[in-house]
Design a protein around this ligand. Structure first.
Ligand code: DC
Length: 221
């Protein structure tokens, strides 16, 4: 049986950085489910579909095929056969993904893909509903969080490093709004699974979080 590790938590908690490092160390496949919601969101954006227009969203979902490939261990997302990985990580796509991930039709399609991937391989999968809905039987479940201030500062530093201008207060507001939407939607809201282990990374380095999860995994093997 495949060994599955679920990592859930709010935006900016460090899930993808940590999951990627763990996957490399453990030779597991890293599945970034947020990127799937983002690819779907990109399609809506490119086709000028409003996040409030459930009828057009439902129609569009039927036209969208999302698939995953790995190049040198890095996940690539294909949207109707086109590799869109490089277009996914910006605020517009992230906000659209958060707004449209509330629709059952969107979730159903992506959850099926995620479950299929986890059945056939040892995976570290990160997202919002992995421990609660996608992989309820995952052998290890982590709920990774950090304070809003810490997450905003990390995002600010990331943007500054790329030479992009950023406003710390605006980023913090954006994070709070995203948290609220992700935690309060009707279907599969972000919440800690009952059997998930909570890690607050506010005062921890990346290496410390990786080491903490590694030792949890060892206990469950
Ligand atoms: O992790 P991320 O920032 O790339 O995710 C973008 C949005 O996608 C997030 O705000 C909510 C949604 N999402 C979700 O609903 N369920 C997941 N498993 C992953 C992401």
């Amino acid at each position: 049986m495949a060994f599955n590790i679920a990592i859930d938590g709010p935006a900016g908690a460090g899930k993808s950085t940590i999951a990627k490092m763990l996957a490399k160390k453990m030779k597991y496949i890293y599945v970034d489910t947020g990127a799937m919601y983002r690819a779907m969101a990109l399609y809506f954006l490119k086709n000028n579909i409003s996040p409030d227009d459930e009828v057009r969203i439902s129609d569009a979902v039927k036209q969208v095929d999302i698939s995953i490939e790995y190049v040198d261990g890095a996940q690539q997302v294909l949207l109707n056969g086109e590799n869109v990985t490089g277009e996914l990580r910006n605020e517009a796509v992230g906000n659209m993904a958060s707004a449209t991930s509330v629709y059952p039709i969107v979730r159903k399609k992506l959850v099926a893909l995620q479950q299929k991937l986890a059945k056939t391989a040892d995976v570290i999968m990160d997202g919002r509903d992995i421990g609660t809905c996608v992989l309820p039987d995952a052998q290890v479940k982590i709920y990774l969080t950090a304070s809003v201030q810490t997450r905003a500062k990390r995002r600010y530093d990331e943007l500054s490093e790329k030479g992009e201008s950023a406003d710390l207060a605006m980023i913090a507001k954006d994070i709070e709004e995203r948290d609220y939407r992700d935690m309060n939607r009707e279907i599969s809201p972000l919440k800690q699974a009952e059997d998930a282990i909570l890690i607050d990374s506010s005062e921890m380095t990346i290496e410390e979080v990786v080491a903490a999860i590694e030792s949890i995994v060892k206990e469950h093997k």
